[in-house]
Write a protein that binds this ligand. Structure first.
Ligand SMILES: C[S@@+](CC[C@H](N)C(=O)[O-])C[C@H]1O[C@@H](n2cnc3c(N)ncnc32)[C@H](O)[C@@H]1O
Length: 291
């Protein structure tokens, strides 16, 4: 299928970027410069939509005033809601947490579903800041099981950073759910950036444990089908994935523009693969040539 839109000019944020309030596996913070030439032109875009928002590095960087952010991780979206709607109360709660191994494991034992939403959000941010590598991983029962990070002095309560994120989140729609549900009804004027859990580079190096059920090949195929539906609905789309034969094969046949960029993996379960790896970008609008 031929690309539907004309060559883009680089998208430039009107406002200075803000740092995300979470560390997140697969976070795009370190890749923003490399991604810069590939955003679509901002004019004619009404709304930014990110159905796999994670730590939101791209959202906080681009700063669209109208946005929908979503993720299947309910606790994560609960944390965004607390930052958006109750930032001062959240700061007050977070400021009493300590970077202490015993306190960490006591907190980890709590069931967030039994806590008041604001308290659950504080727990989520505390564990994210103090656990190993800022990972989010749960066991089959949905219990968070990442060990203590042993950092000397992690920032648990960055009050200024939380307030800045809260300001950017005002008016932003937040949804919990699978990407197919949270992107229903989108069309012309919507720019959708899709950053799913990646197709694994190898059987042991996968990183699909963000949710208990993982994100396997069937989900990657479901996503590729959905990409086509969103394209037909008139959305502008940019998707990132690992540069693997499966990821290429899922989008290549339709003739979507693709580019390969060099990335550095910050988080990898087995500690291997921290060197450069290739990422694949797929769009439904023309992408500039790489130097
Ligand atoms: C690669 S991470 C996104 C990273 C994000 N771009 C950032 O900069 O932090 C993928 C996200 O997809 C979410 N996820 C996994 N399966 C999902 C699904 N079926 N629908 C929506 N989100 C899902 C995970 O919870 C995770 O936050």
């Amino acid at each position: 299928m031929a690309p539907r839109f004309k060559t883009p000019a680089p998208l430039v944020a009107d406002q200075p970027p803000v740092s995300p309030f979470l560390k997140w596996a697969g976070g795009k913070g370190q890749l923003l410069l490399q991604y810069a030439p590939f955003w679509p032109p901002r004019e004619k875009l009404r709304r930014y939509v990110e159905p796999f928002v994670g730590g939101g590095a791209v959202f906080f960087h681009l700063r669209f005033p109208a946005a929908r952010l979503a993720d299947s991780n309910a606790e994560l979206i609960g944390a965004y809601q607390a930052v958006r709607d109750q930032v001062e109360a959240l700061i007050e709660l977070l400021s009493v947490f300590r970077n202490d191994e015993t306190a960490f494991y006591a907190e980890r034992l709590l069931d967030p579903r039994q806590l008041d939403p604001l308290r659950a959000a504080a727990r989520f941010i505390y564990l994210n800041r103090t656990c190993f590598n800022g990972l989010y991983r749960v066991n089959r029962d949905g219990q968070f099981n990442v060990p203590f990070g042993k950092y000397r002095n992690p920032t648990i309560c960055d009050a200024a950073g939380l307030r800045a994120c809260s300001a950017v989140l005002q008016g932003v729609e937040l949804l919990t759910g699978d990407f197919e549900t949270t992107t229903r009804g989108l069309g012309d004027g919507d720019f959708v950036y899709l950053d799913p859990p990646y197709v694994p580079l190898s059987a042991t190096a996968n990183f699909t444990d963000y949710v208990p059920q993982g994100f396997g090949e069937a989900d990657q195929r479901r996503l590729a089908d959905h990409f086509r539906r969103l394209d037909e609905a008139g959305c502008r789309l940019l998707l990132s994935n690992s540069h693997t034969p499966l990821a290429r094969a899922l989008y290549e046949g339709a003739g979507y523009p693709m580019r390969v960029i060099q990335a550095r993996r910050a988080i990898n379960r087995d500690g291997a693969g921290r060197g450069p790896v290739e990422e694949l970008l797929i769009a439904n609008y023309p992408l500039p040539k790489q130097p």
